[in-house]
Design a protein around this ligand. Structure first.
Ligand code: HXC
Length: 262
């Protein structure tokens, strides 16, 4: 199973946590780490028992401090740079579209590719000392793992331009005010909070969670009428499940539902 050099796996009964770990470089994303992340996502995707995923960074200082700048420096051409951007984007899009909820436990710096990775999650929890930013402009380049697109969708075009054009970092509290993160907690409590949330989400009906995620992701890109049509269609699909009988019967019988993901 987990044979990764830079990713640790922790498994609970119905959730798991991937910890990205290159501590000497603040968990910077090398190509090797990206490839391992892709394999780890394949693995999570295929584990029926895993109903929620947490992604975090090793140590107390950084979630992910961006793409590995030593590697970036060696990228020989525009074509290779574009390939690298497409590789990272495709992995982050798979995380965004994973059929399970993804919690990002942002335990420190989330810069460049780190901020972009965090934004591919469904729910962002941040330690109070976490800092977010897209500092690529300071390296003479632009974000390449989705920053110009996901940041403007998350916090609006002008605030995204402000962050991407100045390269400034913002605190976890500012990120919360902007709607980029959903909750800020003391650093010492972050992983416990993330696990508590993962366990709660793991008890929900998996198909309903997946359809919710799909409808919201889809609707963020569509006009209202099309989004509403999609919602109605996914609402219909949720009625194909045994879990909706379980959920409604349990409510009527004043019991807790036991969802099976069918
Ligand atoms: C490689 C990195 C790194 C990175 C930090 N390090 N970030 N190495 N790539 N992204 C290394 C440092 O060189 C240093 O190595 C060690 O980690 C500790 O970092 P320090 O800078 O000494 O720590 P500190 O002074 O506390 O500053 C923390 C920091 C700073 C503010 C996070 O490290 C920083 O600004 N990092 C770069 C952030 C960034 O520009 N990210 C965007 C990358 S581009 P030594 O050997 O000296 O101990 C990107 C593009 C994505 O993400 C799209 C690609 C297609």
């Amino acid at each position: 199973m987990s044979n990764w050099k830079h990713i640790q796996l922790e498994q609970g009964d119905d959730w798991c946590m991937l910890t990205l770990s290159r501590p000497k470089v603040l968990n910077a994303l090398s190509k090797e780490l990206l490839e391992e992340l892709s394999e780890a996502i394949d693995w999570v995707e295929n584990q029926e028992a895993v109903r929620a995923l947490i992604i975090t960074g090793a140590g107390e200082k950084a979630f992910v401090a961006g793409a590995d700048i030593s590697e970036l420096r060696q990228v020989p051409s525009a074509v290779e740079a574009e390939r690298l951007a497409i590789l990272g984007q495709s992995i982050f899009t798979r995380i965004e579209e994973l059929a399970k909820p993804v919690i990002m436990a942002v335990n420190g710096y989330a810069l460049g590719g780190g901020c972009e990775l965090a934004m591919s999650g469904d729910i962002l929890l941040a330690a109070d000392h976490a800092r977010f930013g897209q500092p690529e402009v300071n390296l003479g380049v632009i974000p390449g793992y989705g920053g110009t697109q996901r940041l403007s969708r998350a916090i609006g075009k002008h605030t995204a331009k402000y962050l991407c054009m100045t390269g400034d970092m913002i605190s976890a509290e500012e990120a919360l005010r902007m709607g980029l993160v959903q909750k800020v907690v003391p650093a010492a409590d972050l992983l416990e909070e993330a696990k508590k949330l993962a366990k709660r989400l793991a008890q929900k009906a998996p198909v309903a969670l997946h359809l919710t995620k799909k409808a919201i992701n889809y609707g963020a890109e569509a006009d209202l009428k099309t989004g509403l049509q999609m919602e109605a269609s996914y609402f219909g699909l949720s009625f194909n499940t045994e879990d909706r009988i379980e959920g409604m019967d349990a409510f009527l019988a004043k019991k807790s539902p036991q969802f099976k993901g069918k």
